[in-house]
Design a protein. Structure first.
Length: 323
């Protein structure tokens, strides 16, 4: 099937923002602009990524479909879970025990992606599926036991976006891509960015992560926790819609990156962990050279997308490299 530059552009921009978000994560307390950019990015980059993933998903119809999911998602998850555990232990002396059930860092996305595809068997009703998935997510917030074990909290939190993507059709994206919608998208995103700058707080990021229950997110009574989560959904939904409105439709210099987002997602953590443990972050804090935080993700993606390196990455992940 011929690739659509629109979706590759969207995925390319989103993977850049994923790496940027991980780069900024340990610096959000240093500068209000860094915090603003960080919260702004997290307001839509994962929901949009997940929505696009849902759009290209297909409901399982046979055991073969299940095996394809295991091969493409679950096996890479297990392999990289082992590798990252050893990487943290041997190179950085982190006292980690190997476990399959608690994903290392960003690997939560793989285990959640596997579960989302399974959930389609239950939440496939266009009439009630989305409403039911949101209600389940709101209720899950009251169950403290649902946390990062198997990434269940995030899985339920982000599933409505995956389901929306699964229900969308080509005509919906054709409508979103209208130039008039792009103007609205830029204006609303500007308002969201401004609102975060003036009112944003570092505690917001945990709400955007979706990994904790209300008891850990709120002080005092958690009775109205579901209202806060609904507001987060509205914010993410609006930001995601606006992002999809402004995505370029033509083939651009970065479009090709959209076809290799999985390998960048899996391998960028190796480089970033090394950067975390180097002198770079201390130097940025001492010198105030915060622009380097933008240089780091661009450099990482440039390196990981070079053909010689990409060949090794694709071979390792078990996917065919585009020629």
């Amino acid at each position: 099937m011929k690739r659509d530059p629109y979706f590759d552009n969207a995925k390319a921009i989103l993977i850049i923002l994923v790496v940027l978000g991980h780069t900024l994560a340990r610096m959000v307390a240093e500068n209000e602009w860094i915090l603003t950019v960080y919260l702004f990015v997290f307001s839509f980059h994962m929901p949009a990524f997940i929505l696009v993933s849902g759009y290209f998903s297909r409901k399982m119809k046979s055991k073969r479909d299940l095996w394809v999911l295991i091969k493409k998602i679950l096996i890479p998850y297990i392999i990289f879970q082992v590798i990252y555990t050893l990487y943290y232990q041997k190179l950085f002396n982190e006292p980690l025990e190997f476990t399959i059930l608690t994903p290392r860092w960003a690997l939560w996305f793989l285990i959640s992606l596997f579960c989302w595809n399974l959930f389609l068997l239950v939440f496939s009703s266009r009439k009630y599926g989305l409403i039911f998935s949101i209600i389940v997510s709101l209720i899950i917030g009251y169950i403290g036991e649902v946390n990062e074990w198997l990434s269940l909290s995030r899985t339920f939190f982000f599933f409505p976006f995956f389901l929306v993507g699964h229900f969308l059709e080509r005509k919906h994206f054709d409508w979103v891509k209208k130039k008039s919608n792009a103007i609205i998208g830029w204006v609303v995103l500007g308002l969201i960015f401004s609102g975060i700058y003036f009112f944003g707080d570092i505690t917001w990021r945990e709400w955007l992560y979706g990994r904790l229950g209300y008891e850990e997110l709120m002080e005092g009574s958690i009775a109205f926790g579901f209202i806060y989560k609904l507001f987060v959904y509205l914010l993410m939904g609006a930001a995601t819609y606006c992002f999809l409105c402004i995505v370029p439709r033509k083939h651009l210099f970065f479009t090709e990156i959209g076809s290799i987002t999985l390998v960048i997602y899996l391998f960028h953590m190796f480089i970033l962990e090394y950067v975390y443990n180097s002198f770079i972050y201390d130097w940025i804090k001492e010198s105030g050279q915060y622009y380097v935080l933008l240089v780091i993700p661009v450099t990482i993606i440039f390196l990981l997308s070079r053909k010689p390196i990409l060949k090794v990455e694709c071979l390792f992940v078990g996917i065919k490299m585009k020629t």
